[in-house]
Design a binder for this molecule. Sequence first.
Ligand SMILES: NC(=O)c1ccc[n+]([C@@H]2O[C@H](COP(=O)([O-])OP(=O)(O)OC[C@H]3O[C@@H](n4cnc5c(N)ncnc54)[C@H](O)[C@@H]3O)[C@@H](O)[C@H]2O)c1
Length: 245
Amino acid sequence: MARLEGKVALVTGGARGQGAAEAALFAAEGAAVVLTDVLDAEGERTAAAISGRYLHHDVTSEKDWTRVVEAVIDRHGRLDVLVNNAGIWVTGRLTDTALADYRRVIEVNQVGVFLGMQAASRPMREARSGSIINISSIAGLRGAMSGFAYGASKWAVRGMTKSAAQELGPYGVRVNSIHPGLIETAMLHQLPGWDAGATPAYLQRIPLGRTAEAEEVARLALFLASDDSVYCTGSEFIIDGGMTA
Ligand SMILES: NC(=O)c1ccc[n+]([C@@H]2O[C@H](COP(=O)([O-])OP(=O)(O)OC[C@H]3O[C@@H](n4cnc5c(N)ncnc54)[C@H](O)[C@@H]3O)[C@@H](O)[C@H]2O)c1
C-alpha cells in the first residue's frame, strides 16, 4: 500500500534538488503534493511532472506563508506534512562574512523555518495530527568554518525543532530534523573548491566514500512523513555516509 495515501504534503524549495525529489517520492506514495519555491518556471515543470501543484512562495515572507497554507486548506481541506526544505548556502568565515549576507542566510534558512512551523501548526493542531520535517544539515551538528552563517542557521533549525516538538507533541504533531551530508544538488557545487579540484578531499572524509543522491534523502523524509515514524519526534536524523561519525 502507498505509504502516504490520503495525506496532503507541502514541500518548500521544491522546484529542484532535494525538495523536488521529496515531492516526487511523496506523490508516488499517494500524497497530494503542493510544492513551493521562488523559481517559478522550474517549480511549474517539477509539479507538472508529478501531477502536483506549484505555488510561488518566498519562505521569508509571513504573508506568503499565510496565503500558501490557506490555499492548501482551501483545496485539500487538510495539511498532514510540511517539509521545510528551502535553503541557501553562502560561503564565508566568521571574519569575512558581511552582515547583509549573514542576515540573508538567517532569513531564508532560519526565519523561513520558524514561519513555516507557525503557519502549518495551526491546521495541524486543529486536526491533532501532522508531521513537520525541518531540513538542517551536518552543519547543524558541528562547526561549519567556511559557511559561518549557514552553520548558525542550521543549528537554529535543529534547536527550534526540539522546542516545537515539545510544544506540539500534546497535539499529536511531530517535528523532526534531517541532517544531510554532501548531496548531489546545485548547492553542492557552491562549496568552496568543489568544482576546482577539492572533491577528492571532501570524499576522503566520508566513510562510505561517496556523495548521496537527493532521492536517498527523500526516502528518509518519506519515513518521517509516514505513519512508520509515529513515535519519533524532537529527533535528529543524520544521513551523511558516516561523515560525522
Ligand atoms: N546539497 C547538500 O549537500 C546539502 C547538505 C545539507 C543540507 N542541505 C539542505 O537541503 C535543503 C535543500 O537544498 P538542495 O541541496 O536541494 O539545494 P538546491 O539549491 O537545489 O535547493 C534549494 C531550493 O530552495 C529554494 N529557495 C531558496 N531560497 C528560497 C526562498 N527564499 N523561498 C523559497 N524557496 C527558496 C531554491 O530556489 C531551491 O529550489 C536546503 O535546506 C539545504 O540547506 C543541502
